[in-house]
Design a protein around this ligand. Structure first.
Ligand code: ATP
Ligand code: MG
Length: 263
């Protein structure tokens, strides 16, 4: 385990809506925690889906990542423990105001990075669930992160959207955060029977090489059911195909991130 090192910060981003960002963030957090890693999940989306999916009621939190970004509360006042063994910085609708309020603040794009700096030694992995936009919130995530994990559905327009995201990552890399890189492109909600999905999948591999992880997340109804029980899919039904796939994804990530220590 990496107890003396600083956390690696990964944001889960794709400006397209409904592509599986939150499902990936919540399940990866839980799977890494099951492997004994110290994990913090940050919900950076005013929809608060990641918060709810961890079993925390977004309507009942009395401090969220919003206060942390604005500097009105400390980390220790807003962090919560999910039942499933990892920490969560919750979000709710309040966070949508941050977009406007941050504009007037100095260092507005590194608010998250600065807020996390003092606690990075408490975790092995920090995962940031981004909103479906290339907004100030996503910019904060990109500035705070070491790496980007991009979940994508293998559909025709998905490739087009990827160009914008890759462009943003490049800009942040050259202007603001030289440590930023794309860690993983993860194929999600995959249906191998659909020829187009196989074709897009091949194009992805051609273009992005081994950034395209070997693990593929299939379309699996258990993953979609789990949030209504306030549980990550890997906990809700660990024998389901979806749970097994997310566990394999976590293991593939660990193998690439911790090649010497293994797991
Ligand atoms: P948003 O852009 O709104 O934040 P998102 O990218 O975070 O969306 P999710 O909320 O993770 O996407 O997923 C969108 C919907 O698809 C949800 O209802 C989720 O339960 C479902 N879903 C995600 N992954 C899978 C999967 N592998 N199989 C079946 N359903 C899935
Ligand atoms: Mg989401």
């Amino acid at each position: 385990m990496l107890s003396e090192t600083m956390a690696q910060v990964f944001c889960i981003a794709n400006q397209k809506g409904g592509v599986g960002k939150t499902t990936t963030a919540v399940n990866l957090a839980a799977a890494l925690a099951l492997r004994g890693r110290r994990v913090l999940l940050i919900d950076l989306d005013p929809q608060g889906n990641g918060t709810m999916g961890c079993g925390i009621d977004k309507r009942e939190v009395d401090g969220s990542v919003y206060e942390l970004l604005l500097g009105t509360k400390h980390f220790s006042e807003v962090v919560r423990r999910a039942e499933t063994g990892f920490d969560v910085l919750p979000a709710n609708r309040e966070l949508s105001g941050a977009e406007v309020e941050l504009v007037g603040l100095k260092e507005r794009d590194v608010r998250l990075k600065n807020a996390l700096a003092p606690v990075l030694d408490q975790y092995d992995y920090v995962l940031v669930d981004c909103p479906p936009s290339l907004s100030m919130l996503t910019l904060n995530a990109l500035c705070a992160a070491d790496g980007v994990i991009i979940p994508m559905q293998c559909e025709y327009f998905a490739l087009e959207g990827l160009t914008d995201l890759v462009g943003s990552v490049r800009r942040v890399h050259s202007d603001k955060n030289a440590g930023l890189r794309i860690i993983s492109i993860l194929r999600v909600m995959f249906d191998p029977r659909i020829t187009l999905q196989q074709q897009v999948s091949e194009q992805l591999k051609k273009h992005f090489g081994d950034k395209v992880f070997n693990t593929i997340i299939p379309r699996n109804v258990r993953l979609a059911e789990a949030p209504s029980y306030g549980q990550p899919g890997v906990i809700y039904d660990r024998s389901s195909k979806g749970a097994k796939a997310y566990t394999a994804f976590a293991d593939e990530l660990l193998e690439r991130m911790e090649p010497k220590t293994g797991r």
